[in-house]
Design a protein around this ligand. Structure first.
Ligand code: NAD
Length: 486
């Protein structure tokens, strides 16, 4: 029976966007031509061309690093913390003013639902700049040693899953601490970083303090390997992070790595099941599961396993997949054909390994890259879908009987970025959290972010922390700091 209350489409207008046909590199305060072969950025929901994007080669990387060095020596390092803070406050306010436009651009280029870019990504971008603006004149009180100093030029490389938010996580603390920046966004999502460059012009940030180079992996490689860079901050896959760690070793560059994850979301039988189901959905289907800290392994206590999985399937059957710009959409497009192929491949492997596959019934749009929410039940701990990061809307379900078994299964992964615990008993949550090897642990919630809270991993999820006071440490040095184990 069809419901009388079907949703009518509610697409967000793209009229607010004033995009150019092509974008240059943002170097020394201006958009300039790149010397590599330009590439196209497309909408993953329609495969339609959005804009032509400049490609930075090694010579462009040189120019950008030189601009950042000049800006560091001549302007940025000469400003007081209070003055740096004023620029950051200005940027934060401009992000808020242009929030709707940024949200539309992000959803268009990335494929994420507009309700997420509008209500999560962009507000957090502004929050990150506000938060670090507040730190800029208080570095002496951050507990990071006496009179901490900036490092110099920071090379920053980010992924495509939260394009503008990852940019904010990188640029806000770097500038607050007094560094200048050369940042490379991911090749499939350069658009919001280029609109951000316009915001920097509006904010009249001194030329060269932030430079944005678009391009692919080779641009990123040339940037992190540049000899005049003092700090490398990378967010992306563990494989690339490992290669960067090798290339940076012995150079004296300070390095932070935010890499992949395979988080356990642990549901005990005394958990409020309805809330837990919402948390499981938010944990793995938010942003199509393109989330490094996604709760991609559901560990559910055996006696509530069937109840939880049944309710989860009911809930997933109500999710709407489709146009990312439609305000009703819960699940948007997969970011690229390459990522879609990877999700399909690992899901086929899961099926071949004997896990029970269930996929929500969704109408798949004709064009674009789509993958309906999928659950694999009765997954064994040795299965590849329980061990490897799928980075898509796919949940692996495993069971446990005792807290000790839950802890052992949760920690049975090369990653250690995040975890979730659902229980009515605070003491149980604290005891289990104490044993989990994960950088961030949520209790009776999941995927909550706050600029004051440090985020980062253990093991193959990387090292260093972003966010909070800890996030400043990655961009500062002092005599006390150098000797301290942070
Ligand atoms: P990726 O490693 O392929 O690419 C990330 C960025 O690195 C892109 O900008 C890319 O162009 C660049 N790059 C590629 N090769 C490079 C090289 N050799 N040297 C320097 N730069 C290079 O990752 P991805 O597929 O874009 O992103 C998904 C991955 O990112 C997932 O594994 C996810 O878990 C991880 N991630 C981690 C966090 C975190 O905070 N821990 C956050 C978001 C994403």
């Amino acid at each position: 029976m069809t419901s009388f209350l079907e949703y009518a489409p509610a697409p967000e207008s793209t009229a607010i966007l004033n995009l150019k046909d092509s974008y240059g590199l943002f170097i020394d305060g201006e958009f300039v031509a790149g010397h590599g072969t330009p590439f196209a950025t497309i909408s993953p929901a329609t495969e339609k061309h959005i804009a032509t994007i400049a490609n930075a080669n090694a010579a462009d990387v040189d120019t950008a690093v030189a601009a950042a060095r000049r800006a560091y020596d001549k302007t940025w390092s000469k400003l007081s913390g209070a003055d740096r803070g004023k620029y950051l406050f200005r940027i934060a306010r401009l992000v808020q003013e242009r929030a709707r436009e940024l949200a539309v651009a992000e959803s268009l280029d990335n494929g994420k639902p507009i309700k997420e870019s509008r209500d999560v990504d962009i507000p957090l971008v502004a929050a990150w700049f506000f938060y670090y603006a507040g730190w800029a004149d208080k570095l002496d009180y951050a507990g990071l040693g006496a009179a901490p100093r900036a490092l110099g030029v920071a090379a920053q490389v980010i992924p495509w899953n939260f394009p503008l938010l990852m940019l904010a996580w990188k640029i806000a603390p770097a500038l607050a601490a007094g560094n200048t920046v050369v940042l490379k966004p991911a090749e499939t999502t350069p658009l919001s970083a280029l609109l951000f460059a316009e915001i920097l012009q509006q904010a009249e940030l001194p030329a060269g303090v932030v430079n944005i180079l678009t391009g692919a992996g080779d641009t990123g490689q040339a940037l992190v390997q540049h000899p005049d860079v003092n700090k490398v901050a990378f967010t992306g896959s563990t494989a690339v992070g490992r290669a960067i760690a090798k290339s940076v070793a012995g150079t004296g560059k300070k390095l932070t790595l935010e890499l992949g994850g395979k988080a356990a979301n642990i549901v005990f039988d005394d958990a409020p099941i309805d809330q837990a189901v919402e948390g499981i959905v938010n944990g793995i289907f938010f942003n199509q599961g393109h989330v490094c800290c996604a709760g991609s392994r559901l560990l559910v206590q055996e006696n509530v396993h069937h109840e939880v999985v049944d309710r989860l399937k009911q809930r997933l059957s109500t999710l709407r997949m489709g146009d990312p710009l439609d305000k009703n959409t819960d699940i948007g497009a997969i970011n690229s054909r390459e990522q879609l192929d990877r999700i399909r491949e690992l899901s086929d492997i899961g099926e071949a390994e004997g896990a029970e596959r269930w996929t929500a019934e969704c109408a798949i749009p004709e064009n674009g890259f789509w993958f309906a929410p999928t659950i694999f039940d009765n997954v064994s701990t040795s299965s590849r879908i329980a061990r490897e990061e799928i980075f898509g809307p796919v949940l692996s379900v495993l069971t446990f009987r005792t807290p000790a078994e839950a802890i052992s299964k949760a920690n049975n992964t090369p990653y250690g970025l995040s975890a979730g615990i659902w229980s009515d008993k605070g003491s149980k949550i604290l005891a289990v959290a104490d044993e989990l090897k994960a950088g961030v642990i949520w209790a009776n919630t999941f995927n909550r972010f706050d600029p004051a809270s440090p985020f980062g991993g253990f093991k193959e999820s990387g090292y260093g922390r972003e966010g909070g006071r800890h996030g400043l440490a990655a961009y500062l040095t002092s005599t006390v700091l150098q000797g301290a184990a942070l």
